[in-house]
Design a protein around this ligand. Structure first.
Ligand code: FSO
Ligand code: SF4
Length: 545
């Protein structure tokens, strides 16, 4: 049967090999082709810009924001709206035409950069997707770089809305996209580019950390309520803290309470948001539980980024998107980076809706970003020296629907009582509500924040290395067991590899986009391993302890 589409960028890809009929995520073949075209045209625009850079020109100011927005839009579960993707393709083509038109040396641009947008976008998209690269390893390495760049783009965009940019990372984004247009690089060059992507992954996460801390203060230990109040509410999901800030400001005194869902939970850890008395707590669990959670929430819902699950009719008309997120038929709140968005329509809508139905009434403890952990360093070091903490287990990453993810709940449950879990990202929902207890007042699950706050875990590890006077980060009593789902987890993984961390376990399944040869190299070079069963992995890590 002829394939209608091809996408293997996320963990839930069909049969663990690729979505070929329609996406498990709900992405149809036309949307897939449009996303492929948007990526291709982003490479093409980057290629034109890179050529001009090689001729001694500067990268125009608007280029990196445009490219990062394009890439972020194509991340799994971010934007299902074909019109929104068409609009981005058009903008990108126009900008490319402008740059080529203004160039004194138009013929310097290669054929691949020159498509002018004539013809059908979907048809064109079908010719430039993942399978347009025939060599399996070249394809694998190119996609690995591209998914890393998508993660970088997401974090770049979040830092950008808080007024922080990093020219080096922007230059890298342009260069890496340009170099992955067509088949310009060989396997060795692409492997080097993969490692460099990890380097900029660290840099962009540091940038975002700095942007968040400068805007909202250092995260601190917080107890977040999971019960509900009597007022109508708005449930905010995704990762964009600036959107949350604007909504909190505009909903002050409106009688509408604001709750977080999934990856927005860590917003409660920032001191800045304490001043909003209508910022009530967290409602529900990880992104994939939204059908259930959004239905019982009863109020309006705001998706600021991924992960959107195609909505049920029971709540679709109360679901709003903003930023790079989009879903056909759901209202989109516009506004570019740096602009004040107008959230009045969602606030007015929420006022007319019933209060949330309570689904739990407890607390989640978090806020263990690097500055907070460093404040606890004396206590932690003492617990390690006394043998009360034997190992730290980094379990950052994503959650998802796969039943195989039960592994993480079971792994956390089986961990010896003298271990402490360091987490970040939505992976935490697999165990953060279990009461795993404390060691000398230190909770056994330390949540640093969103997936990008995996950077915090790396800073914590580097600090411990310094305190214990070790020369190699791998000599620390730290285990890395990372769960992946989408492309932000890819950049987190590449960043950890760049920092020299070895023997990371990755699950719940092997990424389909890693060819056997690329998988073998990662295994050999970095000791990357797949998870097995909680019993076997537990034995592997703790048999000798
Ligand atoms: Fe999760 Fe979705 Fe944050 Fe991802 S909500 S899966 S890695 O978008 O980005 O952790
Ligand atoms: Fe399939 Fe994932 Fe791609 Fe969606 S994003 S089409 S589920 S591989």
């Amino acid at each position: 049967m002829e394939e209608k589409m091809f996408c293997f960028q996320c963990q839930e890809t069909a049969k663990g090999t690729g979505c070929t009929v329609s996406g498990v995520c709900g992405k149809g073949p036309e949307l897939a082709a449009l996303q492929d075209l948007l990526i291709h045209e982003s490479r093409s625009l980057a290629s034109v810009v890179y050529k001009r850079v090689q001729m001694g020109e500067e990268i125009p100011e608007d280029i990196a924001p445009m490219l990062s927005c394009n890439l972020f839009t194509t991340i799994t579960n971010a934007n299902f709206d074909e019109d929104a993707i068409r609009e981005r393709i058009k903008l990108t083509l126009n900008r490319k035409a402008e740059l080529i038109g203004n160039s004194e040396n138009g013929e310097a641009f290669e054929k691949e950069s020159l498509w002018d947008g004539e013809g059908d976008y979907v048809e064109k998209g079908r010719t430039v997707g993942v399978l347009s690269r025939e060599n399996e390893n070249i394809r694998s390495l190119t996609e690995l770089v591209t998914y890393g760049l998508k993660g970088i783009s997401a974090y770049m965009k979040h830092a950008g809305v808080l007024g922080k940019r990093d020219r080096d990372t922007e230059e890298f984004l342009v260069r890496a996209l340009a170099l992955t247009l067509g088949n310009r690089l060989d396997e060795k060059q692409l492997t080097d580019l993969v490692l460099e992507t990890g380097k900029f992954g660290v840099q962009v996460m540091a940038l975002l950390d700095n942007a968040n801390v400068s805007a909202y203060g250092n995260p601190k230990i917080s107890k977040v309520k999971t019960g509900v109040g009597k007022n109508p509410g708005i449930l905010v999901s995704g990762h964009d803290l600036k959107d949350l800030e604007m909504l909190l400001e505009q909903s002050r005194g409106s009688g509408v309470d604001i709750y977080t869902h999934s990856e927005m939970l860590p917003a409660h850890y920032y001191p800045y948001f304490e001043k909003y008395s209508n910022f009530i707590g967290n409602y529900g669990g990880a992104w994939w539980e939204q059908k259930k959670d959004f239905a019982s929430f009863n109020g309006a819902i705001l998706m600021t980024t991924n992960c959107i699950v195609p909505p049920s009719d029971s709540y679709k008309e109360r679901l709003y998107t903003t930023g790079t997120a989009g879903y056909p038929g759901c209202r989109h709140i516009p506004g570019a980076a740096g602009e004040e968005k107008d959230f009045s329509c969602i606030i007015e809508h929420a006022k007319k809706l019933p209060a949330p139905t309570e689904i739990e009434n407890s607390e989640i403890t978090g806020g263990f970003a690097h500055s907070q952990v460093i404040k606890l360093a004396d206590k932690i070091v003492e617990a390690v020296k006394k043998g009360k903490i034997k190992k730290f287990v980094v379990m950052a990453g994503c959650d998802g629907r796969s039943p195989k993810r039960e592994y993480y709940t079971e792994f956390a449950r089986r961990l010896p009582k003298d271990t402490v879990i360091l987490t970040a990202g939505c992976a935490k929902y697999r165990y953060i509500k279990m009461n795993l207890g404390e060691i000398d007042g230190i909770p056994r699950v330390l949540d640093a924040g969103q997936c990008n706050d995996s950077y915090s875990l790396a800073v914590t590890a580097l600090k411990l290395k310094e305190i214990f006077g070790l020369s190699d980060i791998n000599d620390l009593p730290v285990i890395y067991n990372i769960a992946w789902y989408e492309q932000k987890a890819v950049i987190v993984l590449l960043a950890l590899l760049y920092l020299g961390i070895r023997n990371i376990r990755l699950g719940p399944t092997h990424p389909a986009f890693l060819s056997s040869e690329v998988g073998r190299v990662l295994k050999e070079k970095f000791g990357l391993k797949e998870i097995t069963t909680p019993e076997k992995d537990m034995e592997y890590y703790f048999a000798t302890v």
